[in-house]
Design a protein around this ligand. Structure first.
Ligand SMILES: [Cu+2]
Length: 134
């Protein structure tokens, strides 16, 4: 998973979003979570389409509740949460805007929070993607 941002250094980018989607595995739940943003190249101050696909093995997960929190590693930015709606087939989608950072930095973190009724504890499971924005 993502490590804390080191002082004075840019956080490690683990998702080359302009090259395509990124997938991470939530091993304890057996879920693969695929994240994508379009249009590409992903730019600040534009309406963006966010997409999360959730699968358990070959089966799509269709009962999820999914939000994406956008933040900047090591920096306090205004909260920015995108709600994703299930479009069918385990695909969740929503629109949002990534603001331009006054510091000039362009590394962002998307924290997908997934809830499912089957998880009795009501706690979201998280998949984190760190990427660069134009
Ligand atoms: Cu910032």
């Amino acid at each position: 998973m993502a490590s804390p941002a080191a002082c004075g250094r840019e956080a490690a980018i683990d998702c080359a979003i302009d090259n395509g989607s990124c997938t991470t595995v939530l091993a304890t739940e057996g879920l693969s979570v695929t994240f994508d943003i379009t249009p590409k190249p992903v730019a600040a101050m534009k309406t963006l389409a966010f997409r999360i696909d959730i699968n358990r093995g070959a089966a799509p997960v269709t009962d999820g509740e999914v939000t994406v929190d956008l933040s900047m590693p090591g920096m306090a930015m205004p909260p920015n949460r995108v709600a994703l709606l299930h479009q069918g087939g385990g695909c969740y989608a929503g629109r949002g805007v990534i603001v331009r950072c006054p510091s000039g930095k362009a590394v962002w973190r998307a924290e997908a929070r997934i809830r499912r009724p089957a998880w009795g504890d009501g706690q979201p499971r998280q998949a984190v993607f760190t990427f660069r924005v134009k």
